[in-house]
Design a protein around this ligand. Sequence first.
Ligand code: 1CP
Length: 343
Amino acid sequence: MTDKKKLLRSLAGEAMDVPPVWLMRQAGRYLPEYRATRAQAGDFLSLCYNPELAAEVTLQPIRRFGFDASILFADILLIPQALGADLWFVTGEGPRLSTITDASGMAGMKTKDDIHETLNPIYETVKILAEELPKETTLIGFAGAPWTVATYMIAGRGTPDQAPAHALREGDPATFEALIDLITDATIEYLDMQVQAGAEVVKLFDSWAGSLKGEAFDKYALAPTKKIITELKSRHPDLPVIAFPREAGEKYIGFADAVGADCLAIDTSVDVTWAAQNLQVAGCVQGNLDPKLMVTGGEALASEARRIRDALKGGPHVFNLGHGITPDADPENVHILLDAIRS
Ligand code: 1CP
């Protein structure tokens, strides 16, 4: 047990006084070396599809901070592109995609077996990382969960309330479900290839899960996630999976068990004492420091980090933020955070 990597021990259910720590978006614009490598690549998508440079930006925060885990540098929107959607990024605004508004939009999509042609460079990045990461660092692969990915494919961009996706879901359920099924099947193949290339853990990001309520949540957030995890675990029985149904509220309860995840990632809105009582009983919990504290820093950051660590130390915990670190965060604050957690 002792030479097992720290993150894998937490995911296997071990409680520790000092939890493993990594940060969502730990490779990103708050780091000057990331901005330099992105400029070298030309733009964000060229960086994602350049295995040497994508591996380099993945390694940068590990070198600088010594996190316990490293997350592959890529994006959840590469799957839509691999399925045939147009994808580009508008500087200062975010992603843009071609839209799917009816059955004709689905007719232009490729199949799950066609995605590797586009995504092969991502598997190459994973292979480089599996070679180059320090032996104590766990490599996490990832994908978006089908609902979140569908919201971008339908609207063609990020949306505050996912209204276009809800409109298709309610107005043309056959097309909507065909899209969810296609993303689900493609995601299984994509993550399987990441694992074959060397990813030791996979995480599913369902960033917009919270906008699905009641039965719609069960059908379109929970069920596709369960299908992906069930199929991946049938192919890789020992693969740990982290699920992140962001802003799921009371739907967090029982979620990890229902989908077969080893760890439930929680957003900043969840009270950690409540999480210890209601969520950690089912297994590992990951979270949930407010990313704003990575901008403001100081003693407020250190004491909040210790409060979260201590509230969750009775059970398995992976320390992380409740959402991604923002470009205006100060890298020095990461040292404050790590000192607070590890001392
Ligand atoms: O300008 C830049 O350099 C691009 C900024 C950026 C980065 C660093 C984007 C554009 N994506 C990424 C990398 C990324 N995205 C990772 C890599 C690993 C890491 O965490 O270090 C991961 C895991 C993601 C996941 C991702 N992409 C999510 C899910 C998590 C979340 O933040 O909720 C989502 C929703 C996306 C879409 C996306 N990609 C990029 C942006 C700005 C967005 C959000 C768009 C929106 O506002 O809706």
